[in-house]
Design a protein around this ligand. Structure first.
Ligand code: ZN
Ligand code: FE
Length: 269
């Protein structure tokens, strides 16, 4: 009976604008990218949840900084899943493209995809078609944000474009659990790229109202991002035209060329 309890996904705020997502069935929990242990420990205690696993998307400290303290406080045998690379403290399982992470409780199966760009070894976790979830779920780390995408610290625009193409191919109703509350500043930039996007204008009002009430703007969905996120819309005329104007180029033949221009523009926006 318990295995059919719907999974809950809850944002645990950390630092200024991080969300540590907690997936749980009312008893057992997973956390994604615990940059800080303290808010996670408080939430687990308050909700009476037992931590059964930790999922890591990439090596940055704001996503990994709490791992060792969680293991020390809650049990060293908790599995820690993460991408290749030497700098994820406490990692017990390296996972790669196509791997399935199968957790018994909370019961969930997550498919791993490699999404380089923000970092080279960045991965995302995707869950679909399970009795205890209503919509597919994507834990995308710092690759995709509501109305934006991650900075290219290690990867190339082409890699980021290919990574976002994987997300574009997911079901439109996929809930996207991004790890930062960057939405309002992303929307300001998106409006500079697409000043005539009516969906974006109405999303700007909704997101502003959510933040005024101190509510998260997340999760978003793939379908929503296809309508309002310029980095997911590098094949759309208004995005291409803005990129041509800003870069002074005569042509930007692929979405990756367009992404390169608007990502660099966002970096100095
Ligand atoms: Zn990061
Ligand atoms: Fe981050």
């Amino acid at each position: 009976m318990e295995k059919n309890t719907l999974l809950q996904v809850w944002p645990i705020p950390a630092f200024d604008d991080n969300y540590i997502w907690c997936i749980h069935d009312g008893h057992h929990a997973l956390v994604v990218d615990p940059g800080d242990a303290n808010p996670v420990l408080e939430y687990l205690a308050q909700e009476n949840l037992t931590l059964m696993g930790i999922l890591i998307t990439h090596h940055h400290a704001d996503h990994t900084g709490g791992i060792l303290q969680l293991l020390q406080s809650l049990g060293a045998s908790i599995p820690v899943y993460g991408p290749v690379g030497a700098d994820i403290p406490g990692r017990t399982q390296v996972v790669m493209e196509g791997d399935k992470v199968e957790i018994a409780s909370p019961r969930i199966s997550l498919e791993v995809s490699e999404v380089p760009g923000h970092t080279l070894s960045h991965i995302a976790y995707f869950a679909n078609m399970q009795a205890n979830i209503v919509e597919p779920m994507l834990f995308c780390g710092d690759t995709l944000f509501a109305s934006g995408c991650g900075r290219l610290f290690e990867g190339t625009p082409t890699q980021m474009s290919q990574s976002l193409a994987k997300f574009i191919a997911l079901p439109k109703n996929t809930l996207v659990y991004c790890t930062h509350e960057y939405t309002l500043s992303n929307i300001r930039f998106a409006l500079a790229v697409e000043p005539n996007n009516a969906n974006l204008m109405s999303w700007a009002l909704t997101a502003q109202a959510l933040r005024e009430h101190h509510l998260p703007t997340l999760p978003t969905t793939i379908g929503q991002e296809l309508q309002v996120n310029p980095f997911m819309r590098c094949d759309q005329k208004e995005v291409i035209d803005s990129a041509l104007e800003v870069s002074g180029e005569k042509s930007l033949p692929t979405p990756a060329h367009v992404l390169a221009v608007i990502r660099a523009w966002k970096d100095r926006f």
